[in-house]
Design a protein around this ligand. Structure first.
Ligand SMILES: [Zn+2]
Length: 334
């Protein structure tokens, strides 16, 4: 009896530890420095991220410019691989090909950088990324990438949001891609080059939240790969979501949705939109009424039996990745 109790207590401790292990990390995605066409030094960009409360920064200097400048790939890798106090730096480059700008990030090496610098097409970029276990993201996809051809979609791991003027077209493209079977995450692209840019302050308010075991390179990349990510700006933060974000299918008797949203400044009103399997499902508009925190709760989220994905958008402020549910017993609707 005593042994059983001990085992049960141990299991409880383990379960509790497991549920505490993961947390949300704020990631600054897509940043330029003097290694390409940015004005900030590498360490100044890292400081800027830290000052804006980020725990991770993903660099994205243009690969062909790093190659040409006196700094070179060796110095770039050395800067990326140095350890910085309180922040994880993830090496990344932006690769320009005929039809696309692609951010490639992860454990970059001299060899992979040289290959990426020679890539002529997005398909070559994807092949190199796959070979070296790197992550690819379609940078400011609307316009440049057009955004990506359907047959290219399989090679892109992520879709950049909030970094082009075509907010709605970008969301529509994302939904259409997901509906066509693409599996990918979203991130908020900062794309900062210089403090002299009048938009620079706003750029650093574009935040990517990643649910990971720790802020280490491996854990952050693993979280990106499992889709546990959302993109936001203006200090909009999502918490207490009733389901996990990502590609893992969660069995549920019937779905209910609840979450909290917080804002840096109380919004006048917010519009929350829901999408299911790529289709717009409905929206709720809430008055801010001076509140900086809003709770949303829906007891019965109308989904038929079977596997479905949901995506939540707080218009103009926040877009989640997919939430996959396997609905077991939806109640009969009268
Ligand atoms: Zn860029």
């Amino acid at each position: 009896m005593r042994r059983l109790c001990l085992v049960m207590i141990l299991m409880l401790v383990l379960l509790t530890t497991a549920s505490w292990a993961d947390s949300w990390y704020k990631v600054a995605c897509h940043v330029h420095t003097v290694f390409s066409d940015g004005i900030r030094s590498f360490s100044a960009a890292v400081e800027e991220a830290k000052n804006n409360g980020f725990r991770v920064i993903i660099m994205a200097d243009h690969v062909e410019m790093i190659a040409k400048k006196w700094h070179g790939f060796e110095n770039y890798l050395a800067a990326c691989n140095k350890s910085y106090d309180g922040i994880t730096v993830i090496a990344g480059v932006e690769v320009t090909t005929k039809k696309a700008h692609t951010v490639v990030c992860g454990p970059l090496t001299l060899e992979s950088l040289k290959k990426l610098n020679k890539a002529k097409t997005v398909l070559e970029v994807f092949a190199i990324a796959k070979e070296y276990h790197l992550i690819t993201v379609a940078a400011h996809p609307y316009g440049k990438f057009n955004p990506y051809d359907r047959d290219h979609a399989g090679g892109v791991n992520g879709h950049e949001l909030l970094n082009d003027k075509e907010y709605q077209k970008n969301i529509d493209w994302l939904l259409a891609s997901l509906k066509a079977g693409w599996q990918g995450f979203v991130w908020a692209g900062i794309d900062s080059h210089t403090a002299a840019d009048p938009d620079d302050k706003e750029r650093w308010q574009r935040q990517t939240f990643v649910y990971a075991k720790s802020s280490s390179l491996d854990d952050i990349l693993a979280a990106f790969r499992s889709g546990q990510v959302y993109a936001a700006r203006d200090g909009c933060v999502l918490t207490n979501l009733s389901y996990k974000l990502g590609y893992e299918v969660q069995e549920v008797p019937f779905p209910h949705i609840s979450f909290d949203l917080s804002f840096r400044q109380a919004p006048e009103s917010i519009r929350i939109k829901f999408y299911c399997d790529g289709e717009y499902r409905g929206s709720t508009t809430m008055r801010g009424e001076g509140r900086t925190k809003i709770s949303y709760w829906e007891e019965w989220f109308d989904l038929p039996k079977g596997k479905h994905w949901i995506l939540i958008e707080v218009e103009g402020r926040l877009v989640t990745g997919t939430i996959w549910l396997d609905v077991q017993n939806p109640p009969n609707k009268e």
